[in-house]
Design a protein around this ligand. Sequence first.
Ligand SMILES: [Zn+2]
Length: 539
Amino acid sequence: MKRIFNSLVLVFGVFFSITAHAQKPKLIVSIVVDQMRADYLTRWADLYEGGFKDLLINGEVFYNAHYTYAPTYTGPGHASIYTGTDPRYHGIIANDWYQPESQDFMYCVEDFDVFGVGEGLDPSASQGKRSPKNIKSTTWTDELELATDGASKVFGFSLKDRGAITAAGHFGDGAFWLDASGFITSTAYMEELPVWMQRFNKKYSPDSYMKGSWDYARDRSLYPSTYTNAYERAPKGAVSADFPYDLASLYKAGGIEALKASPAGNQILVDVALTAVKSEKLGQNRAGVTDVLAISFSSTDYIGHATGIRSHETMDMYLRLDAQLGELFKGLDEMVGADSYIVVLTADHGAAQNPRLMEDVMPTANWYPADLESELRSLIAKEGVPSEAVLNFSNEQVHLDLKQLGDAEVDDWVEATRDALLKHPAIAEAWTMEEIRISPDPFAVLRRNGTDKRGGQVYFSLHPGHLSYSNDGTTHGSGYTYDTHVPVVFMGNGFNPRSRHNERIGIKDIAPTLCKILDIAFPSACTGNPLWVDAGWAD
Ligand SMILES: [Zn+2]
């Protein structure tokens, strides 16, 4: 994206002089841990020996940080972290959203106008046709690029395209995500992979990570005594959810998806990130210019979905990520200098308890999505809404075909659909789009923040702890605390070690906080506020 700035300079002959600010960090390391619940930071605190321990000892921890919208998914979460606003304004209203005109789905980082870039990758293959074009706001990384006239180096890495693209924003230098042959990108960023990335892909091929076994990282007695195997789905490539896993067998059966769901997925990200720091000389820019290393660790999400939040696998994944983060920080200390970078760590959403694991004691339940939809469709039909007018159920929304309804009947049928949903035992609340627009009710506000005019006509929430998913493992997406509550930690020069904050904050507060540290404009649609951090950056 540097070319945009070069042409601006040529056209206008403008050269900005950046005032050196001795206290600005040379590098911001922005870490997102996919599906990390807030309690994961504290639940295993006694066992952490690496990066999480470092963050707890040397960081400022916000214990009460929440998403301020629903549905809570990966695309919207990452976009909110980087834009400092809700999906209502940044436009990433789900991972995939229904489009009534074409009756198909738009994927959040899909872009048919760009092509994939990667060795052996068919440029027209869908996994490369990705860009940030659906993000309607600038990100804090964009504002940094704009403020430094493109001098800042901004790179995003993830196993997931949306985890990397949302971080690099519209003006970042590169976003890279993992494909079968290694990391790829798209023509939204560059025409070919940097030489260092080509070398990395050759030397650190995905298969080279899938050797040996994945077994308990620590003594078996440290893990919960109760097995949750009956509520777990086997990770990709495995036949059952049991340690030890033979990584070569997993890879043989599950390919790259098996790597993503194993600790190797997080390791390859640490390795590529440190390679990028070295090759791109991140954190060594000219005085006053800050670079960005953004990493979204997603193996935690894949294993969480498969085995749930109480499994030995999930716990072990975090103990290993703790060590991997330790390795990352050690590498950054050596290459950038411990006093020269700051770290911010958060998550894109939490996750629920497996409802079947709880249902003997609590009123929770799981409904298969297809069953729930068919039961809801019958209830709606009973209210007299023609079945062909009910187009789609997704993201806890119902899309109705308004063209099929006469003008006079639209409101009646939308309300009839809402009332029909409320008759189902799994449904706690339902609203029309109109009610969501005006209601001060906190849950209606979460929905309002999570959608825009592309949303459905009727919205609903299941009861707390209820899921519409497979019977095993877990998922996320609701507006309840288990999905909105995630950790936020800032660490590095200027932050107070062991500082703890219990006040409720929004995840959208992260972006303006970083902008304040950098003395740059807030993202264009930012609705968050800078956090009070007793950092030496201000003034
Ligand atoms: Zn996620």
